[in-house]
Design a protein around this ligand. Structure first.
Ligand code: SAH
Ligand code: SF4
Length: 399
């Protein structure tokens, strides 16, 4: 069901002009990653769009049909070595290897939880690091890869460990898609040459470190690559982007990518949300909800997920639950109730089981699914909001 027409019309006339989007994008560009050229001059092909790959191939004097072949080897077969590209003759394999590499971030550490959740600390070329989490579904042979979009975060949500680390830099498209590809490598999850489809790592959630909509260009490039039909070919239905509410970029993500949207709400009154999610001071709840009503493609089959971290005595009352229902009325929505995951030095406590269930019941009785998320990988600090690295701005790092 789409939002009723009167609700769409009622969305406040917005001052979210193109100029404001341009401002967000210009600020984001200041934190862009270094270019992907090795000291020996070879270029990493991962992260290039099809058009950019075509330009590289043309620049070395090769025919356009090679682009499709190489794309297939990189993104469908997961090849990291040109010598594996059996449809390409040896002399061209050598020539490609002289000019290019097919990169991956390096897994500096890998930890596996007692519940089989696995956390990778990936190190990128300049030594900066970010975490990626694979969350297997215990009931099916599937799972989700939780990907980071930034090293650190500019926002400082009070309950989030990443929020205690200032933004070091954005991750590039290669680093974003590279996290997924490296996780697939670890599980040997590429199709065999005969072509059966990988299932284990077939969902992406952009819910790791960072705010994806403050790194929109790189996130969008990476998602276009994973959605390309001749490569990894994930459907947009298998990708969920989580945002703390960067309203102007929500419209753009909806129009251009059409992936599932998750919104980190966490409070139903502006005074409390201003405290918990400081971005609310810029884009308050009314504007955020209006952007949700405008989000293209949200239907009952593809609902917007509202994430709500349950903090004891802070946002978990029955009155909060009723106000939440009022806020999301008319939207194709579901509510993910996330018990607060503590981290070293955090100052909140998780809500009691009773409070969680009371809250969930009110939301459910109003007709919205409201699953209580079981924390995964808590023992290895891999659960929602627990990710943080030692990467710092300006730290002396590996080259
Ligand atoms: N920056 C994006 C995506 C990363 S956070 C965003 O904020 O949406 C992914 C989810 O984990 C968000 O809903 C976030 O609010 C939630 N989260 C953060 N800290 C948490 C914690 N300590 N316990 C439980 N969930 C937390
Ligand atoms: Fe950043 Fe999201 Fe953490 Fe807020 S919850 S500090 S936006 S990563």
């Amino acid at each position: 069901m789409n939002a009723p027409a009167q609700l769409r019309r009622a969305a406040p006339a917005t001052d979210l002009t193109e100029a404001e989007r341009a401002r967000v994008l210009a600020k984001s560009a200041l934190f862009n990653p270094p270019p992907y050229v090795l000291p020996d001059g070879r270029r990493d092909l991962v992260g290039l769009s099809r058009e950019e790959l075509a330009a590289e191939i043309a620049a070395i004097g090769e025919a356009p049909f090679r682009v499709k072949q190489i794309w297939h080897w990189i993104y469908h077969q997961g090849a990291t070595d040109f010598a594996r590209m059996s449809s390409i003759a040896k002399p061209l394999q050598h020539k490609l290897a002289e000019k290019f590499v097919i990169g991956r971030p390096v897994a500096a550490t890998v930890q596996t939880s007692t519940d089989d959740t696995r956390k990778f600390l990936f190190r990128f070329r300049d030594g900066q690091e970010a975490e990626t989490v694979y969350i297997p579904d215990p009931e099916q042979d599937r799972g989700a890869v939780c990907i980071s979009s930034q090293v650190g975060c500019t926002l400082s949500c009070r309950f989030c460990h990443t929020g205690t680390q200032t933004l070091v830099r954005n991750l590039g498209a290669a680093e974003i898609v590279g996290q997924f590809m490296a996780a697939r490598d670890a599980y040997n999850e590429w199709p065999s040459p005969r072509g059966e489809t990988p299932r284990l790592l077939s969902t992406i959630v952009l819910m790791g470190m960072g705010e994806p909509l403050y790194n929109y260009e790189n996130v969008a490039r990476a998602m276009r690559i994973v959605m390309d039909n001749e490569g990894i070919a994930l459907s947009r239905r298998r990708i969920t982007l989580s945002t703390s509410g960067v309203v102007p970029m929500m419209d753009r993500a909806g129009e251009e990518l059409g992936v599932n949207l998750a919104v980190s709400l966490h409070a139903v009154r502006d005074d409390l949300r201003d405290e918990l999610v400081p971005l609310n001071r810029k884009y308050p709840i009314a504007e955020l909800m209006a952007a949700c009503h405008r989000y293209p493609g949200a239907t009952n089959a593809r609902r917007i997920t509202f994430e709500y971290v349950m903090l004891k005595g802070v946002n978990d009352s029955e009155a909060d639950a009723r106000e939440l229902v009022r806020l999301i009325a008319g939207l194709p929505a579901k509510v993910n109730l996330i018990p607060f995951n503590p981290w070293p030095g955090s100052s909140f406590e998780p809500s009691s089981g009773n409070a969680l269930h009371r809250f969930a019941k009110i939301v459910m009785d109003a007709g919205f699914a409201s699953p209580i998320r079981t924390p995964r990988g808590q023992d290895i600090l891999a659960a929602c909001g627990q990710l943080k690295t030692d990467s710092q701005k300006g730290r002396k790092v590996l080259s």
